[in-house]
Design a binder for this molecule. Structure first.
Ligand SMILES: [Zn+2]
Length: 247
């Protein structure tokens, strides 16, 4: 009797003998599941153990090509010899880790004391890069919560914010994605987020305006329906020592 390998195993074998780039294999998987892989999406569920190292090597070789196209002598310039490897590692393990790594584990607890007052956290440092120019966006984030039935430890907000922002973004979408993630984690009755950030595509290039920051906010649930609650959040943020003097 002939045993036919399952479609999955067949596919795995095909992938192994196809000499495809690892990015192509991962991309094909995502497309097979009809999922999005925009710059600010997390694609970690489509990356198998060990593949991230292969992806990092592939990215390094592309950056080496980029440096060559910029006519930089990567063979003889001692400052540029390891640049491709350093940048690839920085992208995959640090500044864009929120695309390639899974969300940090967050445990929720029941809101045992039925806490019903709003609380505000911040500033939480956020670091991203703009999707348009791939240069840094660095700023602060404040989060206001009116708890529901679940609560999470306050340090977890900083970890989740770091994970969401560590992708190429535009600021408005980053704030929305962070709000979605917090709602998923602790289902608050109300949520407010405010981000104030400096965009290096404005200070380093283009108009070269070093002092401009972009501020944007999102309010959901009770913060949206109750203007006094929304006001309370913005007042709390404004009154912090390093709060929003220009807000
Ligand atoms: Zn930009």
């Amino acid at each position: 009797m002939t045993i036919t390998p399952s479609d999955n195993i067949k596919k795995e074998i095909d992938e192994n003998i196809s000499n495809k780039l690892i990015s192509e294999i991962i991309r094909n998987r995502i497309q097979l599941h009809k999922k999005r892989f925009h710059a600010n999406d997390n694609i970690s569920e489509f990356i198998n153990p060990g593949e991230l190292d292969a992806l990092q090597n592939e990215v390094a070789s592309r950056i080496r090509d980029l440096l060559k196209s910029l006519v930089i002598d990567i063979d003889n310039d001692h400052n540029s010899q390891e640049t491709a490897e350093r940048v690839a590692k920085m992208y995959l393990k640090e500044v864009f880790k929120g695309r390639y790594h899974r969300r940090p584990t967050v445990t929720d607890f029941p809101n045992a004391s039925n806490l019903d007052e709003i609380y505000t956290l911040g500033p939480i440092s956020v670091r991203s890069a703009c999707s348009h120019h791939m240069v840094p966006i660095i700023g602060d984030c404040w989060i206001g919560i009116k708890p529901g039935d679940k609560v999470i430890g306050i340090s977890k907000f900083a970890r989740v914010a770091d994970w969401v922002f560590s992708r190429p973004h535009i600021q408005e979408e980053a704030v929305m994605l962070l709000a979605d993630e917090i709602e998923r984690l602790c289902e608050p009755k109300g949520l407010a987020i405010l981000v104030k950030a400096k965009h290096y595509c404005m200070c380093w290039r283009g108009v070269k305006e070093p002092n401009t920051s972009m501020i944007n906010s999102i309010v959901r649930g009770d913060f949206r329906h109750d203007p006094s609650l929304k006001q309370e959040f913005f007042e709390l943020v404004k009154n912090q020592p390093n709060g929003l003097s220009c807000y």
